[in-house]
Design a protein around this ligand. Structure first.
Ligand code: OXD
Ligand code: MN
Length: 597
């Protein structure tokens, strides 16, 4: 890092942690902000920064009656999503990063981005954001400090993490914190990089002001650096929701589930059971990230490291996800959604009539019937989890929650049944490692092509994927009471391309079987590919659906499986240098079972 001789002014620090003070000083010398502001996470600070963001045009207040304490923001149209091609893992060797990551050497990363950071905060404020990923005081929690020149980042981090003094108090004098440095620069894709230095527990992000690129606690720390820390320290950082499923008798079973994007993960995390499930409740612990560690009782215990939801807005409505709609009724930030005439937000798929006139996500007038979308397809809400009416009462428990079942899901129109339980942990890891989802019409390229996204971690695993599978397998030696592992598919299609299963709240019927199996209570049928429920094992009360459709959604067809196992071989070949032998053998075993069946 280049330096000038004079000491940098670091404002009025609210800590005496010498490691932190000297690092902030070093970064201030590099980026040369006009002032440094330490964030304490107080209400007063939030109000002050909101007023500042409004006065600078970064945020616009929404209608106070319709959407109290909520704000609208628009990002640069060149900066609307995570940029995987500009995201790098900087390890000594390319092999450590693996074929699943872009790689740069740490020297190159520090030099290239250091040159961009040089004087990048001149005329700006550098905010020091201390934050905790996880409940304060939990042994699973990690502390990060993000330095940023974006007030939008501070306000979002204030919702998404436990930010400010409690995080600093938890850190104490320790040097064990993630060092995150972010500057928007001039928000130019030519000068945009997100670099991770796992060996230094450091993240440098330049040239973006949007979501996962800049809210460094989320994908960068909680998943990419987190997966690296997890492997070294014997725990797991996963791209999973966590839910508590409560029975009418008051027994709650905790489930973690991984789904690639566009598979209804947030909807599943906030599921409302259908009428036939009187007395059943689903509590949300988390909707995106799950950190799991073996507990003293030999079970796997999980926390949600986040404090809020950064959810995709379009498609969310009171029918698809009533709890998400209630969560964003107040105290939320909205990015790149459309604005109504009366100062409320709107997006495609929201309840009610499409308004005649709107301001679109780029601030332009928009009329009903326009060919262009009013809200950007990746427009987001940032909402405090405390707003969720079904927030789990255990969400702040430092011990976390014990996980009894792990679910892997994907969007597959053929082959994969509605639900399948693995024979054992190795087979469960195999189900996660071979997870795939079909490309939809929304994405460029051929529709219906299966893209493999192991454990939904393809863009987020901070090291070589084959070794990550190995870590999953090795966890079995540390967890005497392993969770049961399941695969689900809500998207199987019948003739004419219609969906065979209604999905949404009806997924409770499958979830109940999963919970019962995890608790050793439900019957099932052994097939060559895993355990499945018979139709009579599922509660279908009150569901108006042709039983033949359920059978078709559950069907295991040898021809489809032959093609599936062939395709899985190609996928495994990409990671052949480090692919665990157990998974290769598992595929061969399934091939043999298929040949015999
Ligand atoms: C997210 C993602 O934003 O997975 O959660 O892309
Ligand atoms: Mn995600």
């Amino acid at each position: 890092m280049s330096t000038t001789l004079e000491k940098a002014d670091i404002g009025a620090p609210i800590t005496s942690n010498a490691h932190l003070l000297s690092w902030v000083e070093e970064c201030a010398r590099l980026t040369r902000p006009d002032r440094v502001v330490w964030c304490d996470g107080s209400e007063e600070e939030k109000e002050r920064l909101l007023a500042l963001a409004v006065s600078e045009g970064v945020l616009a207040p929404l209608n106070k009656e319709k959407r109290p304490n909520s704000y609208w923001s628009r990002s640069n149209p060149n900066d609307v999503a995570r940029v995987e091609h500009l995201t790098f893992i900087c390890t000594d060797t390319k092999e450590e990063a693996g074929p699943n990551n872009n790689w740069m050497s740490p020297e190159e990363g520090y030099q290239k981005l250091g040159a961009l950071f040089e004087g990048s905060m001149k005329g700006r404020t550098m905010y020091v954001i201390p934050y905790a990923m996880g409940p304060i005081g939990s042994p699973l929690t990690k502390i990060g400090i993000e330095l940023t020149d974006s007030v939008y980042v501070v306000l979002n981090m204030g919702i998404m993490t436990r930010m400010g003094k409690p995080a600093l108090e938890m850190l104490g004098d320790s040097n064990d914190f993630n060092r995150g440095l972010h500057s928007m620069l001039d928000v130019n894709p030519e000068r945009r990089y997100i670099c991770h230095f796992p060996d230094d527990n450091t993240i440098w992000s330049v040239g973006s002001a949007y979501g996962g690129n800049v809210l460094l606690g989320k994908k960068c720390l909680a998943l990419r650096i987190g997966s690296h820390l997890g492997r070294n320290e014997g725990w797991m950082a996963e791209h999973m929701l966590i839910m508590g499923v409560e029975s009418p008798e008051g027994e709650t079973t905790y489930v973690a589930a991984a789904f690639p994007s566009a598979c209804g993960k947030t909807n599943f995390a906030m599921l409302i059971p259908p009428a036939a499930f009187d007395g059943w409740k689903v509590w949300t612990v988390g909707d995106d990230i799950c950190w799991m560690r073996p507990g003293p009782d030999g079970r796997l215990w999980a926390i949600n490291p986040e404090n809020g939801y950064f959810g995709v807005a379009p498609g969310t409505n009171y029918a698809t996800n009533p709890n998400a709609m209630r969560t964003v009724e107040h105290g939320s930030l909205f990015t790149n959604v459309a604005l109504t005439k009366d100062g409320d937000v709107w997006w495609e798929g929201m309840d009610g009539e499409v308004p005649e006139e709107l301001t679109d996500w780029q601030g332009r007038p928009w009329r009903k019937g326009s060919a262009e979308k009013a809200a950007h397809p990746n427009s987001r809400f940032t909402a405090p989890m405390q707003n969720n009416p079904m927030l789990s009462p255990r969400v702040n428990d430092p011990a976390g929650v014990p996980i009894s079942a792990i679910i892997f899901g994907g969007r597959r129109s053929t082959t994969i049944p509605l639900v399948l339980q693995s024979f054992n942990w190795t087979h469960g890891v195999y189900l996660g490692a071979t997870m795939g989802s079909e490309t939809t019409a929304a994405a460029v390229g051929k529709v219906g092509v299966v893209r493999r996204d192991p454990m939904a971690m393809l863009p987020f695993c901070g090291y070589d994927m084959g070794r990550y599978f190995g870590h999953w397998l090795q966890m079995a030696n540390r967890i005497p009471h392993l969770p049961r592992v399941f695969q689900v598919n809500w998207f199987r299609k019948g003739e004419g391309g219609r969906f065979l299963w209604p999905g949404y709240g009806e997924n409770m019927r499958i979830l109940k079987w999963i919970v019962d199996r995890a608790n050793g209570r439900a019957a099932g049928l052994e097939t060559p590919f895993g355990w499945v429920p018979r139709r009579s094992d599922l509660n279908m009360d009150g569901l108006d659906i042709d039983p033949a459709d359920v059978d078709a959604a559950m069907a295991l067809r040898p021809d489809e499986w032959r093609a599936e196992l062939e395709d899985q071989a190609e996928h495994f070949a990409k990671y052949s240098a480090t692919m665990p032998r157990e998974l290769v053998l598992m595929r061969e075993l399934l091939m043999a079972r298929l040949a015999r069946s």
